[in-house]
Ligand binder design. Structure first.
Ligand code: FDP
Length: 336
């Protein structure tokens, strides 16, 4: 039987964005424009990722990124593609990339806009060479500085100020999921048409779920409360059914599976990484906006991720994100 939404979907991302924009009388189209540009960049990156084993784009460059990690060639390609897709439209005043140490200004030759964007161009990139899904994450905020050009403070805003956030998963198909604060919507790239088609409007995540995504390799470095929490999730204290362990090691892939099936992704602090690994502005905050819109929750162990005021572009945060009840369990264990 045909699934009328999926099998005959003629709702392209462009049409969907326009229809959403029409619901907001004061909208100028600038945010819609940024989302189109991101969809274009995503198609270009997807095209490159698909050809990764064929063209000379696998492997590392000679450089390290700001986190001291070796940069993959595709990291660099994805970063440049997003910057070039977005810098000239007159809609943005500043950009921040997980791959770039400093804030990225809009070149003077282009008009300045009223939004700022932060993005992780290719998350999970240590997986690229072995054909495991990777992703792009983005977060859009309003300009708050009053001068003619964007400033660092435009990027350093708490997550509850986001006007849009989303991710692209380059997996068995390419999926783009975003929110502008009115639900979470998912699109799949039809590679023959070159269009993102709506496959799931108003995605919600289960209240509690079956998937547990955590890197158990850090167990000996965890605090006792974190160890006890993981015992609970694994059903070892007899108080809940064991969750299924699933850890791709690509945050976007782990997040997407858990958004759809329910459960929790955790990257706790550990003795070697007291702030965990994930970046507040490029990873945790946008995904927190999405999960809350889908009915889930995200905390750093104690605080709601969206309430944290960032002090630097690349700051890290511990993260517990997913189904509401499973995140609540984390809060109980880590604050008792
Ligand atoms: P990567 O370093 O491959 O870019 O934050 C980046 C990230 O991947 C996440 O996508 C992933 O969830 C995490 O790191 C994996 O870290 P561990 O190897 O420490 O588990």
């Amino acid at each position: 039987m045909l699934n009328p939404r999926r099998d005959t979907s003629v709702v392209t991302i462009e049409r969907f964005i326009i229809e959403q924009e029409e619901l907001i009388p004061e909208a100028t189209g600038a945010l819609s424009g940024i989302l189109y540009d991101l969809a274009l960049a995503a198609k270009m990156i997807a095209n490159k990722v698909r050809r990764a084993g064929l063209a000379d784009i696998l492997g590392a460059t000679e450089d390290q990124n700001v986190q001291g990690e070796v940069q993959q060639k595709l990291d660099v390609y994805a970063n440049e593609t997003i910057i070039k897709a977005l810098d000239h439209g007159g809609r943005l005043c500043a950009m921040g990339s997980e791959e770039v140490e400093e804030f990225i200004p809009i070149p003077k030759k282009f008009k300045q806009g009223k939004y700022a964007i932060l993005f992780d161009p290719l998350d999970g990139s240590s997986n690229i060479d072995v054909n495991i899904p990777v992703g792009t994450i983005f977060s859009i905020v309003r300009k708050i500085s009053t001068g003619p050009e964007g400033e660092l403070k435009d990027l350093l805003q708490p997550g509850y100020k986001q006007v849009a956030a989303g991710y692209v998963l380059y997996g068995s198909s390419t999926v783009l999921v975003y929110t502008t604060g009115a639900g979470v919507h998912g699109f799949t790239l039809d590679p023959m048409l070159g269009e993102f088609l709506l496959h799931n409007a108003n995605i919600t995540t289960p209240e509690t779920g079956k998937y547990l995504s955590v890197n158990n390799g850090y167990e000996q470095l965890w605090s006792d409360p974190v160890k006890n929490l993981m015992q609970r999730y694994r059903g070892l204290d007899g108080k809940r059914e064991a969750m299924n362990g699933r850890y791709v090691g690509s945050f976007v892939a782990d997040f997407h599976r858990n958004l759809c099936g329910g459960g929790i992704f955790a990257y706790p602090s550990n003795a070697k990484s007291p702030k965990g690994k994930l970046r507040l502005l490029y990873e945790a905050s946008p995904m927190a906006f999405i999960i809350e819109q889908a009915g889930g929750a995200a905390i750093d162990g104690t605080n709601r991720i969206l309430d944290i005021s960032p002090t630097s572009l690349h700051q890290r945060t511990p993260l517990f994100i997913g189904s509401k009840q499973d995140v609540e369990t984390a809060r109980e264990f880590l604050n008792s």
